[in-house]
Design a protein around this ligand. Structure first.
Ligand code: NDP
Length: 297
């Protein structure tokens, strides 16, 4: 039997209606939420992602500003821009589009973002908060996946989840969020021996490798849930994920397509985090206005 297709487009559109309402409330009662995006270099995929983020902001009524830097911009210039944005009360979320040019130390850039504006959730303090069960911002891609699983009532507690990939932006936070939900989690990497022996025992498989078609139907337990994070451009220009979709959909119980699966959810959760940052800033401003105290988040 063919798997149920988990539509990221459908869930994202539904969530965006709720987000629009939160933006309206903030704008009418306080101020418009604001997102700043920093882009350095001329990576074509990054330009498309940044354009899409700005477009989604506009659709939802969020103010957005894009800061374009050439590929040879010194790190200190970008750090100064982040400091300015940290101090700007009209900006509630700051995002640095990755990858950055080779001469830039990503860790130093991410650590310069004020934790309460770190809507990607990549600041080391926010990573630690997630790891200790007190997340301030959940990284957008795995957060979107958790929402998708919830929308389709796919249970996590006690289930065996296999995450393939250990990047800081997808694999590791994904594993932490699945653990938070009570799943038994295995993380596989390029060093894992016999990947199929792990994936075949999984109730839920999250593929985040950037390797087209790595997961084939023979590596999937019948009825398992397969989430494909990969976005790969083939030589013929076609977009595909890390899952060999046509075979996998005949074996899995639930599966996400590429495109139209995880992608639209990632951008939606970025909007969600930006709005949440603005809502917290509003609450903090109200407390300060009321009794002059400084509230710590
Ligand atoms: P990275 O390149 O940072 O990480 C890839 C991970 O996959 C690494 O941990 C690597 O292991 C592992 N890996 C590579 N080959 C294998 C293999 N044969 N078996 C098992 N593990 C393997 O990628 P990202 O996490 O940033 O992104 C992964 C994919 O997801 C990409 O296609 C990216 O474009 C896409 N993506 C999609 C998003 C969306 O919104 N849909 C958002 C973010 C990313 P090791 O560490 O050992 O090298």
């Amino acid at each position: 039997m063919s798997a149920t297709i988990i539509s990221g487009n459908f869930i994202a559109n539904k969530l965006r209606e709720e987000l629009k309402q939160r933006v309206r409330t903030l704008t009418e009662t306080w101020m418009q939420p604001g997102l700043a995006v920093i882009l350095a270099g001329d990576n074509p995929a990054s330009r498309v992602y940044v354009r899409n983020k700005a477009k989604t902001c506009e659709e939802l009524g969020i103010h957005s500003e894009i800061f374009n830097f050439s590929g040879d911009t010194p790190q200190k210039t970008i750090l100064q821009q982040i400091q300015d944005l940290n101090a700007n009360p009209e900006i509630h979320g700051i995002l640095v589009q990755l990858p950055l040019p080779d001469h830039i130390q990503i860790n130093e850039i991410v650590a310069a973002i004020a934790t309460e504006k770190d809507v990607d959730g990549f600041h080391p303090c926010n990573v630690g908060a997630l790891a200790t069960g007190h997340a301030l911002f959940r990284p957008c891609t795995p957060f979107g996946i958790i929402k998708m699983l919830a929308e389709y009532d796919i249970p996590l507690q006690g289930q065996h989840a296999v995450v393939v990939g250990r990047s800081n932006i997808v694999g590791k936070p994904m594993a932490l969020m699945l653990l938070e939900k009570g799943a038994t989690v295995t993380i596989c990497t390029s060093q894992t021996r016999e990947l199929a022996s792990h994936t075949r025992s999984a109730d839920i498989i999250i593929m985040a490798t950037g390797k087209p078609g790595l997961l084939t139907s023979g590596m999937i337990k019948a009825g398992a849930t397969v989430i494909d994070v990969g976005i790969n451009r083939l030589a013929n220009g076609q977009l595909c994920g890390d899952v060999e979709f046509s075979g996998a959909k005949e074996k899995a119980g639930y599966i996400t397509p590429v495109p139209g699966g995880v992608g639209p959810m990632t951008i939606t959760m970025l909007m969600n985090n930006t709005i949440e940052a603005a809502e917290r800033a509003k609450a903090k401003a109200q407390v300060e206005a009321r009794d002059g105290s400084v509230q710590q988040f």
